[in-house]
Write a protein that binds this ligand. Structure first.
Ligand code: NAD
Length: 355
């Protein structure tokens, strides 16, 4: 029996992470004529349980590969004859980058370099490289103003510096070799399947359990939130229609202080659970070093050029997200206990025995 032919064969790195798994859940059913190869080494942040619903689809497969290992990546690119990559794999947690920056440098810089080299070898096949990056590369804003695609890069944490380095390499491969690249710089995402070390799921879990809700510094740091599904739709659009070498800022115009965000989560939970007001659990803790004060994205370019705009209002998206975590306490507890990491062994044991 001949191999099925696909219109495109796309590697999605970091597909088992928060945004990657939401992206695959969006893309796999939407493009049945494409093959999606999830390339992920399953760090603590990779969770294949998120992808249970698409696991048996013909146009999806998983490859447990570390993007720092060039030879293994090369073999995977060749075997699947990839025609493009959407690159999300990264070490992504700012606090971890402060205590252990090394993995951030090796994955976010060297890993990106490996992928760019492989893409460069496939330019004759019209290979497209989509680099998924963050607004944190621009550093911190004052009380006013927005990050545009022209804002200077001023990263302040090892995480944002390593992402900025990746962005620069991507740009250089376009300018130097003519590689077909697109870069997206997005604001903070929220929504289902986010690992419970990150602000929103952490607060929901702690509040339910009656634990303290730790807020950094005075809680007045401002973040610009976007629902992960809106981000996934923007990635889909830019991957297909973004101009070669283009950079696109993505954000939802939902600026809110961390303190107000936690208060809003508490209000929703108090209402849904019928408890005493949960904001009494808020506790201020020592600020994170180099903590950026304010991020805010000007997303008018992607809106103008590609017609993208977010579907979710922050109020609806946050209420839906809080409810999702309330409905998925088992998922959350399996993340916290580490049980999720056994999923790969259970599901892919046969394959490992064969190889
Ligand atoms: N979460 C956000 O708010 C946000 C906002 C803007 C941009 N981003 C960017 O989007 C991307 C995804 O973010 P996320 O929040 O889903 O991250 P995440 O930490 O939830 O997931 C990262 C994924 O990458 C995988 N990974 C890490 N190192 C790897 C390696 N060496 N080889 C192969 N796989 C590896 C992990 O196993 C995990 O599945 C990142 O590049 C991040 O910088 C995130």
């Amino acid at each position: 029996m001949g191999q099925r032919s696909y219109a495109k064969r796309i590697g999605v790195t970091g597909g088992a992470g928060f945004i990657g798994s939401n992206l695959l859940l969006h893309l796999v059913p939407r493009y049945p004529d494409y093959l999606f190869v999830n390339i992920d080494c399953l760090t603590y942040a990779g969770n294949l349980m998120n992808l249970e619903s698409i696991e048996s689809k013909d146009n999806y497969c998983f490859e447990k590969i570390d993007i720092r290992q060039f030879e293994t990546l090369l073999e995977c690119f060749d075997r699947h004859d990839l025609t493009g990559v959407i690159h999300l794999a990264a070490e992504s947690h700012v606090d971890r980058s402060i205590t252990g920056p090394s993995a951030f440098v090796s994955t976010n810089i060297n890993g990106t370099f490996n992928l760019l080299e492989l893409a460069r070898g496939r330019m004759d096949r019209g290979f497209r490289f989509h680099h998924v990056s963050t607004d944190e590369v621009y550093g911190s804003l004052g009380e006013t103003g927005y990050f545009t695609e022209q804002s200077p890069y001023r990263p302040n944490s090892p995480y944002s510096a390593s992402k900025a380095a990746g962005d620069h390499l991507v740009r250089a491969y376009h300018e130097t070799y003519g590689l077909d690249v697109v870069t997206t710089n997005c604001s903070n995402n929220y929504g289902p399947y986010q690992f419970p070390e990150k602000l929103i799921p952490l607060m929901i879990r702690n509040a339910r359990a009656g634990l303290k809700l730790p807020v950094y510094g005075d809680g007045r740091n401002v973040r610009d939130w976007l629902h992960v599904q809106d981000h996934c739709e923007a990635i889909d659009l830019v991957f297909h229609e973004g101009s070669k070498g283009g950079s696109y800022n993505i954000g939802g115009h939902n600026e809110i202080t961390n303190l107000e965000l936690v208060q809003r989560i508490c209000a929703i939970l108090t209402d849904r659970l019928g408890t005493e007001p949960l904001d009494r659990l808020i506790t201020f803790v020592e600020d994170r070093p180099g903590h950026d004060r304010r991020y805010a994205i000007d997303a008018s370019y992607i809106q103008r050029e590609l017609g993208w705009k977010p579907r979710y209002t922050f109020a609806d998206g946050l209420a839906q997200t809080v409810q999702w975590y309330l409905d998925h306490t088992n998922w959350m507890e399996r993340c916290v206990s580490g049980d999720y990491s056994k999923y790969y062994d259970r599901m892919y044991a046969d394959r490992r025995e064969m190889t």
